[in-house]
Design a protein around this ligand. Structure first.
Ligand code: FES
Length: 330
């Protein structure tokens, strides 16, 4: 059994237990989305006719007065009848890749920094995605899923690279830092998210990543440099201690091959790295004007907010700032 969900001239089928967003993305119809957990509000829609179940939509993202006014979170709400909606306002689709379920094989698990691992996954079929997007990984033997950004570029669609950080006691961490083994088969869904490489702007780029927030930035940097090896790209990686730095050799090697690429590590809680302190301060010190730049930020909520301020202080247009907030689910 399924219901029909219509927006404008487009209709998709949606099961009674299926979130509206899931139905659109699986049909290859773009709808803005970011967290897919009900926390960011990116997918907020207006229901014009029919009825829905808000399910676990959080009150702080979708307050009561908005529910009464007909708003809903497409990543949480399910249909109770055929419905018509007005989708969120999006300037343009950032990804039109069809969402789907797939199975990957673990091909490598490696410790790369303190409490940080790289997991490489081989796919039977290539995954079509945009640089910077993420996948949902199901913890084997459970119904628990966790989101991980892809650190590989879309030109490597059959070898996915994930960077994972241990969260003590977390069910996914217990697995990823415990029983996971090469050859394991893992169920996944993707690609998700609107944190993607901006193909339209070909000028300089600045990327600020906190901890494993480096992952999607690595995919974006690799993709951007493959398209234009001379492009001016500044990558700042912020960590707490020197033991948290990873992939430095990789990025140094990229620096040696691409004259416009600059890589800076910032260590905030001890002496070390290229700079002591925060990436946000280093960026403001280094760049007099970011007016022509496109910006990418990935990290904790605090990190993202501070980074947006730094970009704006250097006059980067808010329209050119893309951001991805991490949640520390273990
Ligand atoms: Fe639905 Fe974030 S609230 S994508």
């Amino acid at each position: 059994m399924s219901y029909t969900v219509t927006t404008g001239a487009t209709s998709v089928d949606c099961g009674p237990d299926q979130p509206l967003l899931d139905a659109f993305l699986r049909s290859g119809v773009w709808m803005p989305n970011s967290c897919n957990q009900g926390t960011c509000g990116t997918c907020k829609i207006e229901v014009r006719s029919g009825s829905i179940d808000h399910r676990t939509s959080p009150e702080n993202t979708l307050p009561q007065h908005e529910r009464v006014a007909g708003f809903a979170l497409a990543c949480q709400a399910t249909p109770c009848s055929d419905i018509t909606i007005d989708p969120p306002i999006a300037e343009e689709p950032t990804s039109t890749h069809v969402l789907h379920d797939f199975v990957a094989t673990v091909s490598e698990v490696r410790d790369i920094a303190a409490d940080t691992r790289r997991v490489l996954l081989t796919l039977d079929e290539p995954l079509t995605f945009s640089a910077g997007q993420y996948v949902d990984v199901t913890v084997p033997g459970t119904s628990t899923t966790r989101q991980y950004s892809l650190a590989n570029p879309p030109t490597e669609p059959k070898l996915l690279e994930l960077h994972v950080r241990r969260q003590p006691g977390g069910v996914a961490s217990e697995w990823l830092f415990g029983s996971i083994d090469v050859g394991d088969r893992i169920e996944m869904t993707g690609p998700y998210g609107d944190f993607t490489f901006d193909e339209e702007n070909t000028g300089p780029m600045a990327l600020l990543g906190g901890g494993t927030g480096l992952a999607p930035l690595k995919g974006i940097v690799r993709h951007a440099l493959a398209l234009d090896p001379d492009r001016e790209i500044l990558l700042y990686h912020g960590v707490r201690t020197c033991a948290d730095v990873y992939d430095a050799d990789y990025f140094r090697e990229l620096e040696s091959r691409n004259s416009g690429f600059r890589y800076v590590t910032c260590v905030s809680r001890e002496n070390g790295g290229d700079r002591e302190g925060y990436v946000t301060d280093a960026f403001v010190e280094d760049v007099a004007s970011a007016k022509e730049f496109t910006g990418y930020i990935c990290g904790s909520e605090k990190f993202v907010e501070a980074s947006v301020k730094s970009f704006k202080r250097r006059r980067m247009s808010p329209r050119r700032i893309r951001r991805e907030k991490f949640t520390a689910a273990g």
